[in-house]
Design a protein around this ligand. Sequence first.
Ligand code: AHR
Length: 357
Amino acid sequence: MWVNRFTKTPMKAKIKKIQIFSISIFALAVIIMIFFIPLKREKAVPDTEERSKKIILGFSQIGSESAWRTRNTQSIFEAAEANDIQIIYDDAQQKQENQLKAIRSFIVYQVDVIAFVPIVEDGWDNVLQEAKDAGIPVILVDRQINADPSLYAGFLGENGVEEGRRAARFLLSKCRDKTEKVTIFEMSGTENSSIVKNRARGFREIINTDPKFQIIHTENGDFLRSRGKEICDVLLANNVRENGNTTNTLYFDGQKIDAVFSHNDSMTLGFLDSLQAHKVNAKNTIFITIDAEQESIDALKDGKLNCVVECNPNLGPMLMELVKQIAEGNTIPHITYNNETVFTEDDDFSVYEPRGY
Ligand code: AHR
């Protein structure tokens, strides 16, 4: 018998051992194939940790000029939390330059989506091109811009033109039996903002259907309560000068004011503050305002205002839906308007729900 000279194991036994070893290796390979290859395939889908990675939203708000704006910011924060979306927030303090800086910092941070409220219409092309080059989609909130629409994913907010039309339709209906001229004093908000331009356009579109309506003056009140008060203070001071005493009738430049159309509640409420401070009861003046803050709804109920056009600040839930759509790689509608209504002196006030802002 042939014997291995080193181990002294007989050759036949050695061959058997090799065969057993080969079979074991083969079996092990089969086991590995059965258990490990499917596991590897599962890895192609993100695991739980990867899936739960939060979407990061860079959000630039313009400031806190009104209760409307404060509610708008709150709504966005609440909805982000409810949707597990992380917000990197910047308050621009009413300055476009601060918004440009904030957007650039969001780009550096490589957020997933950028949302911002453009304070004015112009001057956004370069920064939006930078966001586009960085592959970060942008959503405009509340206000629109003059720029190539391909530079942003979409707009979410109110239909400002329609708000202006609603305000004017109320005035037309209220004055339908008047044959003489109806003079309008307009208080507008932030200059060069889309919202002011759109509301003014919608309002004029409707009043221009009847030449008896005339806008005798437009004053910019920056959407601020303090400015609304100042504007009324000046009118009343001139009333005194022109009439010898402060009357319950409002005048501008010697012309009686039949209606005040205010682009937001803050300015309207400031105007009412001034009337109250001067003990003027301007009940013969028609007051139309936009926003529908609780305080202005209360003034409507008290007979101090005649019409309140709603501008809905609760954009958070819709914004988060759009953010999620974009983060999943879907496109979003280029324009998404929120739902809004009109409150007037003719309503049944008992059915009003609390406004929440
Ligand atoms: O852009 C919306 C307007 O901005 C609201 O009417 C006003 O209250 C706010 O400041």
